[in-house]
Design a protein around this ligand. Sequence first.
Ligand SMILES: NC(=O)c1ccc[n+]([C@@H]2O[C@H](COP(=O)([O-])OP(=O)(O)OC[C@H]3O[C@@H](n4cnc5c(N)ncnc54)[C@H](OP(=O)(O)O)[C@@H]3O)[C@@H](O)[C@H]2O)c1
Length: 249
Amino acid sequence: MEAKLKNKVCIVTGATSGMGKAIAELYHEQGAKLVLSGRNLERGNQLAKQLVNSIFVPGDVGDATYNQTLVQTAITTFGQLDIVVLNAGILGLGNVVDLPIETWHKTMETNVSSIFYMAKFAIPVLQEHGGNLLINSSIAAFKSFPNHPAYCASKAATIGLMKQLAVEYAPNIRVNAICPGPVDTPLIWDSAKAFDEPEAAVENAKNATLLKRLGSPEDVAKLALFLVSEDASWITGTAMTIDGGILNA
Ligand SMILES: NC(=O)c1ccc[n+]([C@@H]2O[C@H](COP(=O)([O-])OP(=O)(O)OC[C@H]3O[C@@H](n4cnc5c(N)ncnc54)[C@H](OP(=O)(O)O)[C@@H]3O)[C@@H](O)[C@H]2O)c1
């Protein structure tokens, strides 16, 4: 079967861990050339070594010029840009009363402003030949979690931004979001720290899904592949949940 992303040039943010890493690996399997983004040098360099036709560019997605560098790297290294997966994210845990104002801003910068920055620099390039933006949002866009005010607000904002971009840049650029439920990555274990008994919180999240398991990064990567591929050529402006049924439980 023909590779679904043959010679497509993709930027994947948050590629050094969890879902971003699984997405990068699956896109690579499907023929993509990759610009990998993250801050952890060891994990980023290791992944770039593992994936032929990939380059790791370390930096902070909350920095506008870093997003511009990622786009420029795609052009200078691979000659084009087709797909951007906006996956990097942090939790910014703490209730509103105790949450430091800096943590609020950092969470908004990492989870939302980064998407605005990347869109600003990537869209003019994507418009030339058509392309895709895919945002990793969360079910936290629709459902509240204790001690996650910055996270819930930021993830809801990503859906608003996704819809706006989808309208403004159709038909050349498709823009979608995925909204995972509890997925077994380092982030869910950090998220559990917001509860009195973290281990029990992860177990409860698993049991609260209709399918009685946590998602795997690979489960999410398959949806991330579908949405940027030609198989999804009539899908834009959509926030697709992938949550083991937890929102409907
Ligand atoms: N796990 C879940 O249950 C779940 C559910 C719904 C949605 N999500 C969302 O899915 C996305 C991926 O999360 P994950 O669960 O795979 O978590 P993860 O394993 O903790 O990965 C997070 C990634 O984001 C990168 N990152 C964080 N802040 C960054 C910054 N300022 N600049 C550059 N890179 C940054 C990290 O890179 P470095 O470590 O190299 O800095 C890492 O690669 C996030 O947006 C998260 O909100 C997760």
